[in-house]
Write a protein that binds this ligand. Structure first.
Ligand code: NAD
Ligand code: UDP
Length: 323
């Protein structure tokens, strides 16, 4: 899958110490680029980038994207933002600021440098969708004043800013709408469903299903997603997005729980709790555009991706129990 760029670039990745950012950085370094990672370590961790500590083409900058950043780079991937509901709801005002002020700062930087800028948007822009699966043309069903709004509306406003900078200043933008992605380096305690279920199963703790577990999600393995990021960044100038990136395989949350139990061999029981406010009932990407414009579609089936994720958490858990 790895392809080399024509020439080495210096690339800024905001949120690079997080789950997706750290995998993206690995790929960019593998391709021979220099990477500057800017992260305030709110939900990211140095553990995710520890292996790059002495890498000659890697640099880490502790920085909050709500403040301006003056650096010289050739491309920007803007990923900085807490992504799991418990993290983005922890300080909702800061979440909106991160999306909106972070976008303004990164767009301003890209405008000065005349460089391409990528935005990690989200399937949450579709809210609790009335159209299924979700194509990019669907405008969504988002509550503007609920508990998820800081994230959903922040990301929607960031998209608006990206398209206005594109129209008004001719900036080259690449907007990806990311659907639920999982894999090694997810934060073990960020409350997202895959990490929660895997950790609970490995600990023999009850598997916490919210509601009756009939809501659906489509789970994309991280390596597939990163390939999509890079293809989008490298795509023709006229491709701006928004482009859905996700795996169209759709599962109920109960099916996911059963799959995790089967693959871990766990004896955990299923327990059913309350469904969080505005929890989307179904979600599946229409990836027609990604296929047509990027020649991209996911390769890793859920069973295989889960096996790799389980191995990661199996190795990590003893360290966490000691810490
Ligand atoms: P993550 O929480 O692991 O990573 C986010 C990173 O951003 C962390 O390292 C965090 O410390 C950093 N960050 C947060 N606020 C910051 C700020 N103000 N300044 C600088 N750094 C800051 O989450 P992730 O899953 O890696 O998500 C990365 C991006 O992809 C996010 O923008 C998220 O909204 C988007 N996304 C992810 C998914 C998914 O399923 N993983 C789905 C949709 C969208
Ligand atoms: N979920 C669950 N148990 C958990 C964590 C999450 O049933 O321990 C459900 C959650 O209510 C949602 C789905 O799993 O319906 C996906 O949740 P996640 O937080 O991973 O992502 P998002 O809701 O943002 O898609």
């Amino acid at each position: 899958m790895t392809r080399l760029y024509d020439s080495r670039k210096r690339i800024l990745v905001t949120g690079g110490a997080g789950f997706l950012g750290s995998h993206l950085i690995d790929r960019l370094l593998e391709q021979g680029h220099e990477v500057l990672c800017a992260d305030n370590l709110f939900t990211g961790t140095k553990r995710n980038i520890d292996h790059l500590h002495n890498h000659p083409r890697f640099e880490f900058l502790r920085h909050d994207v709500t403040f301006p950043l003056y650096v010289e780079v050739d491309e920007i991937y803007n990923l900085a933002c807490p992504a799991s509901p418990i993290h983005y709801q922890h300080d909702p005002v800061q979440t909106t600021k991160t999306s909106v002020h972070g976008a303004i700062n990164m767009l301003g930087l890209a405008k000065r440098l005349r460089c391409k800028v990528f935005q990690a948007s989200t399937s949450e822009v579709y809210g609790d969708p009335h159209v299924h699966p979700q194509p990019e043309t669907y405008w969504g069903n988002v509550n503007p004043v609920g508990l998820r709004s800081c994230y959903d509306e922040g990301k929607r406003c960031a998209e608006t800013l990206f398209f206005d900078y594109h129209r008004q200043h001719g900036l080259q933008i690449k907007v990806a709408r990311i659907f639920n992605t999982y894999g090694p380096r997810m934060h073990h305690a960020d409350g997202r469903v895959v990490s929660n279920f895997v950790v609970q199963a490995l600990r023999g703790a009850p598997i916490t299903i919210y509601g009756e577990g009939r809501q659906t999600r489509s789970f994309c393995y991280v390596d597939d997603l990163v390939e999509g990021f890079i293809r989008l960044m490298e795509s023709d100038d006229n491709v701006t997005g928004p482009v859905n990136l996700g795996n169209p395989g759709e599962f109920t949350i109960r099916e996911l729980a059963e799959q995790v139990i089967a693959q871990t061999g766990s004896r955990s029981e299923l327990v059913f709790g309350e469904l969080p406010q505005d929890d989307p009932k179904q979600r599946r990407p229409d990836i027609g555009q990604a296929k047509a414009k990027l020649g991209w579609e996911p390769q890793v089936p859920l069973e295989e991706g889960l096996a790799r994720t389980i191995t990661y958490f199996r190795d990590l858990l003893p360290e966490l129990e000691v810490a």
